[in-house]
Write a protein that binds this ligand. Structure first.
Ligand code: NAD
Length: 485
């Protein structure tokens, strides 16, 4: 066990750490060594009930505050997160295995951005006045009530904040369940919000597997569920929430296309493809894992890609010089390595990597397949690991049709120096989050989310407000009521 990593207790409820050792033990394994560094316990029904009851009660106090007051708490939490960025980044690295060279810049910092952005919006969440002759209608933007957040394991701090910040800005309370693979970071988010002045119980964290998630989703006190996870889990959670007509946001998986035309700046296109496949060891939902490269530049693209991949520094993620860390877990590494075998067996050409590293921890090489066909498993299924598929194409029409030929629709990117083509191609993409001559930028100001099987609703930006609030409309009659009888 690592004493700096082991939390005081498994859950954070009503402003304090709470333990119930009757819950199933969840070992926390450090991905870079394979060693157990901490232990938490899954929430028992008593813990789930305590979390929901305290959130329900805190929500009333919170919603009665002004938007300015709520926003001040969120912005204070953002400041605390930034002050503690290094400590939180080290913890994120222990939780996920992602290298410090990433976590110092995109986890607590991105969480702080969300808290600051939604804190800034909280005071301006107003309705409108609609004139109706001498009468009028006014609208009120109201909170939904009690929201449940359920997270995936790739960005535990970011996900806890991306869900919590807009929920709280709108006057809701939240019970958040992190992934059982990465249970540590969300506890810090809860601690910081409480320290920043959030009422006790407003943002609670409970641990557990799918079972605990299921108990939260089906509880009648819950008004909204926001899940980040895989498509199969999304289908189950969406169906369970629908049974009680609960609101949902579903941020699910993808198999996104990145289309590179022969007039693209090659160096930028290769850089974009690296960002789209190997950041966080490929464990990013919006990754552009189907890289369509126009025929004439394919060989040049593959050669330059291989050269640049040699520059990846694979190793100890707590060393700031490391740029490529381990996979989050043994299971996830085995899934990715299984896809590598499938790719080879189905006739794709392995042009880079493909192997597990001979050292402790769950390290595998960044991997590139060329000559991938659309019907191969590695081109159809989300791998969620560092495996890039390069597919060759001839014409723009062909690239668009093949890019869209998937059940998913999370993201899409295009590299070209032809401005009109860039917009035409992105306009035709069946995807929610798109990039032109770039990939995977996700600032809090921009809506984020998918279409088709990749999700419902949007996170970040003003769009997220619509998914954490509801509108009441009030008709005001100034004259007499004319009834028919
Ligand atoms: P997962 O679907 O296995 O689990 C996600 C969360 O759901 C976990 O906390 C899990 O405990 C919980 N869960 C599982 N079954 C449940 C149930 N029946 N009821 C309620 N909760 C349940 O996903 P994962 O392996 O943790 O994460 C990887 C997946 O997440 C990938 O598919 C990836 O694309 C997706 N993801 C999407 C986004 C996005 O924003 N679109 C971001 C990150 C990850």
């Amino acid at each position: 066990m690592n004493p700096t990593v082991q939390p005081k207790a498994s859950h954070f409820i009503n402003g304090e750490y709470v333990e119930d050792k009757n819950g199933t033990e969840i070992p926390v394994i450090y991905a870079a060594s394979g060693e157990q560094i901490a232990t938490v316990h899954a929430a028992t029904p008593a813990i789930v009930d305590m979390a929901l009851a305290s959130a329900k009660s805190a929500q009333k106090t919170w919603a009665a505050m002004t938007g300015t007051e709520r926003g001040r708490v969120l912005r204070r939490a953002a400041d605390i997160m930034r002050t503690r960025n290094r400590e939180l980044s080290v913890l994120e690295t222990y939780d996920t295995g992602k290298p410090l060279s990433e976590t110092l810049y995109v986890d607590a910092t991105s969480g702080a951005d969300a808290l600051e952005y939604f804190g800034g919006l909280a005071a301006s969440l107003t309705g409108e006045h609609i004139p109706m002759g001498q009468d009028w209608v006014y609208t009120v933007r109201e909170p939904l009530g009690l929201c449940v957040g359920i997270g995936a394991w790739n960005y535990p701090t970011q996900i806890a904040c991306w869900k919590g910040a807009p929920a709280l800005a709108c006057g809701n309370a939240m019970v958040f369940k992190p992934s059982e693979t990465t249970p540590l970071c969300a506890l810090k988010v809860a601690e910081i919000l409480f320290e920043a002045g959030a009422p006790a119980g407003l943002y609670n964290v409970v641990q557990g597997m799918g079972e605990v998630g299921g108990a939260l989703v089906t509880d009648p006190r819950v008004d909204k569920v926001s899940l980040t996870g895989s498509v199969p889990t999304g289908k189950k959670v969406y169906a369970a929430a629908a049974a009680d007509m609960k609101h949902v946001t579903m941020e699910l998986g993808g198999k996104s296309p990145l289309i590179i035309f022969d007039d693209a700046d090659l160096e930028n296109a290769v850089g974009g493809a690296i960002l789209a496949n190997f950041y966080s060891s490929g464990q990013v939902c919006s990754n552009g894992t189907r890289v369509f490269v126009q025929k004439d530049i394919k060989d040049k693209f593959l050669a330059r890609l291989a050269e640049r991949l040699k520059g990846a520094v694979i190793g100890d993620p707590q060393d700031e010089a490391t740029t490529f860390g381990p996979m989050v877990s043994k299971a996830q590494m085995e899934i990715a390595l299984g896809y590598v075998e499938k790719g080879k067996a189905e006739g794709a050409r392995l042009v880079y990597g493909g192997a597990r590293l001979n050292q402790p921890g769950w390290f595998m090489q960044p991997t590139v397949f060329a000559d991938v066909r659309d019907d191969m498993t590695i081109a159809q299924e989300e791998i969620f690991g560092p495996v890039m598929s390069v597919l060759e194409f001839d014409t723009e029409e062909e690239a668009i049709a093949r890019a869209n030929d998937t059940e998913f629709g999370l993201a899409a990117g295009v590299f070209t120096s032809d401005l009109t083509r860039a917009h035409r191609v992105i306009g035709a993409m069946e995807a929610g989050s798109c990039f032109i001559n770039s990939y995977n930028d996700a600032p809090v100001e921009a809506p984020f989310g998918g279409v088709k099987a990749s999700g419902v609703g949007r996170e970040n930006s003003k769009e997220a407000i619509k998914h954490f609030s509801q509108v009441k409309s009030v008709y005001v009659r100034m004259g007499d009521v004319e009834a028919p009888f």
